[in-house]
Design a protein around this ligand. Structure first.
Ligand SMILES: C[S@@+](CC[C@H](N)C(=O)[O-])C[C@H]1O[C@@H](n2cnc3c(N)ncnc32)[C@H](O)[C@@H]1O
Length: 262
């Protein structure tokens, strides 16, 4: 196995040859992460060249201007999810009660903690690795992270009282998971990606749960692909929620807010 040189150009060349588009930036980040240890740098570069996500190697990802801890196997927060966060902030009223459902690393909750002044904020995920990671990010803020299936682990007193539920749930159709880049397919948990036959299996259950857990006038905010909007809006309307679609072409992102009437 080749030993990477501390010589930056050689390192950049090796990363570029392995397909890293932002090889210069990645080289700087990996050198910083190695903290002067040639052995550590060798391990990091070998792992990166072998296809492990940069964020899993660094132990953090940048999301909406914040550094979010990300551990192996846990979904790396994507830049496009900034639209979901912006949509949530736009519909949130004063001192909202907020839930980050399917929270992964807890990235959305972390950002919403700083942008809203929630009277209650919690996060939840079914994957123990994601819950542990989210707790690393959210424990210091006093934000509780629950483990379980969708709304099931939440304290019952919040049923019908939530003002805002954000849920970047898995929405990749099962057949399309195999087409994802290896960084996602091989290094993120299947439960974080696979949204069932049409990609909307989890989101339909999120919609049904939100219709019960939202307060009248409260909002659900989710992310989907552009091609799923019509089916998702029909599902939201089917449980009595009123959807509004937001699109950001620069982020290549689609978010849907859905209001519980009342
Ligand atoms: C696409 S990832 C998004 C993670 C995070 N919201 C983000 O944007 O970085 C989807 C997350 O949903 C979680 N998840 C999948 N099915 C779930 C379920 N039934 N109940 C709770 N969480 C679930 C996965 O474990 C994963 O962390």
């Amino acid at each position: 196995m080749a030993t990477p040189s501390l010589d930056r150009p050689a390192l950049v060349q090796r990363l570029r040859a392995a397909g890293c588009v932002y090889a210069e930036d990645e080289a700087e980040l990996l050198i910083a992460a190695a903290a002067g240890s040639a052995t550590a740098l060798t391990d990091l570069v070998d792992s990166r060249v072998a296809g492990r996500p940069l964020e899993h190697l660094l132990g953090w990802a940048e999301f909406c201007g914040l550094r979010v801890a990300v551990t192996p196997g846990v979904f790396v927060p994507r830049g496009r999810t900034a639209l979901l966060v912006a949509a949530a902030v736009a519909v949130a009223g004063p001192a909202p009660a907020v839930l980050d459902l399917c929270c992964g690393s807890g990235a959305a909750a972390l950002v919403l903690h700083g942008r809203l002044a929630p009277r209650w904020l919690a996060a939840a995920d079914i994957d123990p690795a994601a819950v542990a990671c989210a707790r690393r990010n959210l424990d210091p803020l006093g934000v509780a992270v629950y483990q379980g299936d969708l709304f099931a682990p939440l304290p019952a007193r919040w049923r019908g009282r939530l003002d805002l539920v954000v849920a970047n749930a898995p929405y990749v159709p099962s057949d399309a998971v195999a087409l994802l880049p290896p960084e996602a397919r091989l290094h993120e948990a299947p439960v974080a990606l696979d949204g069932g036959a049409d990609g909307l299996a989890v989101l339909r259950r999120v919609a049904a749960g939100a219709a019960e857990w939202l307060a009248p006038g409260g909002h659900l905010v989710v992310e989907v692909s552009a091609g799923q909007v019509a089916a998702l809006c029909a599902a939201l309307a089917g449980v009595g929620l009123v959807p509004t679609v937001m699109r950001d072409d620069d982020l290549e992102a689609t978010a849907v807010t859905a209001r519980r009437p009342g």
